[in-house]
Design a protein around this ligand. Structure first.
Ligand SMILES: Nc1ncnc2c1ncn2[C@@H]1O[C@H](COP(=O)(O)OP(=O)(O)OP(=O)(O)O)[C@@H](O)[C@H]1O
Length: 572
């Protein structure tokens, strides 16, 4: 026997014993030594049935019949044996071979095979169900596996790819598989075009190394056009979030008084309809808060909420702002024209705050929108249909405005479909403790304070006041009190509640001026400026840069103003 053959047989996991025609052992490999505990040098040349009593090789020689899968004992082991005769050209048995291994080894092997099958099934399921296109080539760059996502992306079927060169799917660019096989290094984010349609893709390819041996490479291919669509969708969603200005919901409206509960219930009901809503109430009582909440509780919540302060926009611009304009509508008109706020709010809500401030001319145009549900851009001849829910708000007594000829009666009826009256704070004193607590928490957060509550006498003072500026005014009073409070203070005290107690000053805030209280405008402005500076300096703990930022002025300008108002020393 050649030495190569001996080495090979010694390396085999199976035990092997061969006998010649006389039944003497001619081969006894290492595994046979291991299983029998007999040295090959001692076994070779002996009669097999004498050295190993139940080899039965002499019987196989006699009968010429193979004995397959025989289980028997060998020392402490159970073994499974195959014995086969070897014949010459004349059909005479000239040798016999026994190949055996322990039953445990066979069981382990069977389990390993089962495991491998399970892993294979699992891999198959994963590769076939993933949305990522996958292709695998062997070490020679020949295709061995693709998945259905690959076929969807490239249009290539298994028969086009399996057994073919890795370059078969490339429409433009070089094969990354071949590069990875050459370098044994993974390649990430390679751009190329693949398949019949030359689809833009990004490819990640990794070598398959078993130990040190290169077995092939695997590529995961992403469709760029799909990614582009997804990122565009993401951008659209981001824009929507950015533009979604309605930040409050009904959860944010504080109030358990009967009047407030009724207003909230009416607003919740209105949210379920498409009807125009008219929010009425004094300044600062929460009309805008309600408008946000109605929008956010309606089926338009994922679309635009556009707020228009009718009092803040110049009358000449208002029409083009609301309804847009066509190219060349007026000098300075943008090329291609411009969408108006009604169109911006398509499928969403437009909140027309301070509606009573609209000119009679714009009122007529708004009436048309409400009647026809269409707008005409400035300079356009045709109308465009718009699907927009209108919420209007005013603190003005519209009935009185009608009788004074300042508000169109027909528009009033169009707007007044679902009127919701938000009661002034003085009519719902029982809400003051709740609102105060909510504000304390908000300002703790904003100013970094840790105030817990308000003292009883301070709260009593708040409840006795009649709040012409409503919740906005309460916000200011609590805000000021918390700025004044020392850091360690946990209760707002009466002395920190800064409320005007003269009935005259209340009158001024309600728009009922008393001559005695009117001061020269320059003094009023100077006083207001002084207050603003002191508050900002206090709120920022004397951080001039931050105070200037809050006031919207430069630091230099802040120092100048402090100097001019004689505050430079007191706030140092
Ligand atoms: N019920 C409430 N619960 C919580 N916060 C409220 C409530 N009502 C009003 N506010 C707060 O008071 C401030 C004024 O409210 P809002 O701007 O909605 O009033 P408004 O009636 O629209 O005022 P204006 O007529 O001056 O525009 C806001 O900061 C708002 O969040």
């Amino acid at each position: 026997m050649t030495s190569e053959l001996t080495t090979l047989l010694d390396a085999a996991h199976d035990a092997m014993i061969a006998v010649d025609a006389t039944g003497r052992i001619t081969l006894f490999n290492s595994s046979a030594e291991r299983l029998t505990g007999i040295d090959a040098s001692k076994a070779i040349g002996t009669l097999a049935q004498e050295t190993i009593p139940n080899t039965r090789l002499h019987i196989v020689l006699q009968t010429g019949e193979p004995e397959l899968n025989q289980v028997q004992s060998l020392g402490a082991n159970e073994i499974i044996t195959n014995r086969v005769p070897v014949f010459d050209q004349n059909g005479r048995a000239v040798a016999a071979i026994a190949v055996f291994r322990t039953v445990n080894e066979v069981r382990d092997l069977a389990a390993e095979v089962t495991n491998l099958r399970e892993i294979q099934t699992l891999l198959h399921a994963i590769i076939h169900s993933t949305q990522d296109a996958i292709s695998v080539v062997d070490a020679n760059g020949i295709g061995i596996l693709i998945n259905p996502a690959y076929t969807r992306l490239t249009g290539l079927e298994p028969e086009d790819v399996i057994g073919k060169s890795a370059e078969v799917d490339i429409a433009e660019g070089e094969s990354v598989h071949l590069k990875v096989l050459q370098t044994r290094q993974a390649v990430r984010n390679a751009k190329m075009k693949v398949g019949h349609k030359g689809r833009d893709v990004i490819v990640n390819v990794a070598p398959i190394l078993v130990g040190d041996e290169l077995k092939g490479s695997v590529a995961v291919i992403h469709d760029v056009s799909e990614m582009r669509v997804l990122s565009e969708e993401l951008e659209r969603a981001r824009k929507r979030i950015r533009k979604l200005e309605a930040k409050y919901t009904f959860e944010d409206i504080v109030g358990r008084s009967v009047a407030m509960t009724a207003a909230i219930a009416a607003a919740k009901q209105a949210a379920q309809t498409k009807a125009t809503v008219l929010l009425r109430g004094e300044s600062g009582c929460g009309k805008e808060l309600f408008a946000h909440a109605i929008h956010n509780a309606s089926d338009r919540k994922y679309n635009q909420f556009v707020r228009v302060n009718c009092a803040a926009i110049n009358e000449n611009l208002l029409e083009s702002e609301l309804f847009g304009y066509v190219e060349g509508a007026f000098t300075g008109a943008r090329k291609g024209g411009k969408k108006g706020l009604f169109e911006e709010a398509t499928d969403g809500t437009i909140f027309l705050d301070e509606i009573a401030e609209l000119s009679m001319n714009t009122q007529a145009k708004l009436l048309r929108v409400l009647q026809e549900r269409e707008i005409v851009r400035v300079g356009a001849s045709a109308a465009t249909a718009v699907n927009v829910r209108v919420i209007a708000a005013t603190h003005v007594n519209l009935e009185q405005a009608i009788s004074q000829g300042k508000f169109r009666e027909d528009l009033y009826y169009r707007l007044n479909v679902l009127p919701i009256v938000i009661p002034p704070l003085r009519h719902r004193v029982e809400d003051i403790p709740l609102l105060t607590q909510m504000l304390i928490e908000r300002f703790n957060h904003d100013f970094g304070r840790s105030v817990k509550k308000i003292s009883e006498d301070a709260l009593a003072r708040l409840c006795a006041y009649d709040w012409p500026g409503n919740v906005r005014e309460l916000e200011n009073v609590i805000g000021r009190a918390m700025i004044q409070a020392q850091y360690q203070e946990s209760t707002i005290e009466l002395k920190q509640i800064d409320l005007p107690d003269s009935p005259m000053s209340i009158g001024i805030q309600r728009g009922l001026p008393g001559k005695a209280t009117i001061a020269p405008l320059a003094d009023v402005i100077r006083e207001a400026e002084r207050n603003a500076l002191v508050t900002a300096i206090a709120a920022t703990h004397d951080n001039k840069t931050e105070a200037a930022r809050l006031l919207g002025i430069s630091v230099r300008s802040l120092y100048y103003k402090l100097e001019r108002l004689g505050l430079a020393d007191s706030v140092k």
